[in-house]
Design a protein around this ligand. Structure first.
Ligand code: FES
Length: 69
């Protein structure tokens, strides 16, 4: 991930209902989280009003992108 992408991830929402930025999700994956549940647990998301649907899809996309590398 290039510096511009990291900067944008600090601004974008990872979980809008809990105010968790996208960079937190990315850092959880970089720290070894390999499943949607592990990322959600590490970031304290997934149990908000979306019930894991909205943030879960973001995490799935990030994990898929990570596996393509
Ligand atoms: S977006 Fe907040 S719990 Fe899913």
């Amino acid at each position: 991930m290039n510096p511009d992408e990291r900067t944008m991830a600090r601004l974008k929402a990872g979980c809008i209902c809990k105010g968790v930025k996208l960079i937190r999700l990315i850092e959880a994956i970089e720290s070894g989280a390999t499943t949607v549940e592990a990322v959600q647990k590490a970031c304290g998301i997934g149990d908000g009003p979306c019930k894991g649907k909205r943030c879960g899809e973001k995490v799935r996309q990030l994990l898929a992108r990570d596996q393509d590398r």
